[in-house]
Design a protein around this ligand. Structure first.
Ligand code: MN
Length: 365
């Protein structure tokens, strides 16, 4: 067991800590309770007039609400920082459908059958996807979202696969009249895949379809988990991530037009988000921090324990003075951060901490 490095120093810090409590009102701040609904970010497609979402965006919002979570329409991201700031407000993200991706994103010139591109949205989506992957935030991507994920992972697309992709099997992936979804079969082989779990097992399923772009070269780390009869990729996943599921079809519209069971795509996203955000693991962590505080004689004898408990209970792990728990020079042994705690898989030992309370009450050692 390590002792405190400097008892005089810790005495000074304890005094400053108590003074800080009295002067800064630090304990008045608290985070939202962990019983809040999971916040599901819906990627920005444009600014809505009067704030009313278009029907495609509304379909995602309805699906999220049906699954028992709260949808948050994300603002436009223009770089990594603005994407990260917006993602701090949510627990997971849906990358939605829409226009063709600019082929410049994967180093190609526009092909003659490329359709409308939206470069402002491309930039926003690119940063949301990139930063969400860096954060290991759960991602559900549909249609354009799948294509974007593939490109962010270094893959390429067919700009117009009906004219660029050779196959003997004819499958219609987009209604020629442009009025409604086309429907076609997909095959899910791996019963352990996320898409199999969402669909109810391996097998063949009929899904909706409205696309003329598709994955050509697969991005790094992605695995294909569903294909159409013509070989067009209909689902990919990223096994190294906590939860990344991308489908070429539209489960949000399947819910409305075919079968409500497709809500599983959204409930799985939300479950993944609650595991990484504020589920039972968080209460375990709070119990751990409480025990850590109990083991610190300094805190007990300074009378600060109640204040620490209040901050911990509020889920406020990083503001003054709880951050001192993470400072090894203060207590001799640092508390685990939440990330370390999750990584430790709930196994930990509370060590014996600084015993310089004796200094505080004037008795010395
Ligand atoms: Mn399709």
């Amino acid at each position: 067991m390590k002792k405190c490095v400097s008892k005089t120093l810790s005495l000074l810090i304890a005094a400053a800590l108590l003074a800080g409590m009295l002067c800064t009102g630090a304990f008045a701040s608290s985070e939202e309770p962990s019983t809040e609904l999971v916040q599901v970010g819906v990627s920005w497609v444009g600014d809505f007039e009067d704030g009313v979402p278009d029907e495609d965006t509304q379909a995602y919002i309805d699906a999220v609400e049906l699954a028992g979570a709260e949808a948050v329409y994300l603002p436009q991201a223009t770089d990594a920082d603005s994407a990260a700031a917006a993602l701090e407000t949510v627990d997971c993200i849906i990358l939605t459908g829409g226009e063709d991706l600019d082929p410049a994103l994967y180093g190609e010139e526009p092909y003659e059958l490329l359709e409308t591109v939206n470069q402002v949205r491309d930039v926003s989506d690119y940063w949301y996807c990139t930063v969400a992957l860096e954060m290991d935030m759960p991602i559900l991507a549909t249609c354009r979202g799948l294509q974007l994920l593939n490109v962010v992972c270094g893959g390429t697309l067919y700009q117009d696969f009906p004219s660029q992709y050779e196959t003997d099997v004819e499958v219609i992936h987009r209604d020629p009249a442009g009025e409604d979804f086309a429907y076609h079969n997909i095959t899910v082989e791996d019963e352990t895949s996320l898409v199999a779990q969402a669909m109810g097992g391996a097998g063949e399923y009929e899904v909706n379809s409205w696309h003329h772009q598709a994955i050509k070269d697969l991005g790094e780390g992605l695995v294909v988990t569903a294909v159409a009869d013509d070989g067009i990729i209909e689902a990919v996943e990223l096994p190294e991530a906590s939860f990344v599921l991308a489908v070429q079809f539209h489960p949000e519209w399947m819910i409305q037009e075919v079968c409500e069971d497709y809500v599983t795509f959204f409930t799985m996203l939300i479950e993944a988000a609650s595991q990484t955000a504020s589920g039972t693991e968080e209460s375990d962590y709070q119990a751990y921090l409480m025990a850590f505080v109990d083991s610190c004689e300094d805190i007990r004898t300074s009378g600060a324990a109640e204040e620490f408990y209040a901050l911990i209970e509020a889920g406020d792990y990083v503001s003054f003075p709880v951050e001192m728990l993470f400072d090894a020079t203060w207590f001799g042994e640092a508390a685990m951060t939440y990330e370390e705690f999750v990584a430790a898989d709930g196994t930990y030992e509370i060590g014996e901490h600084a015993s310089n309370g004796a200094m505080l009450d004037g008795t010395g050692e």
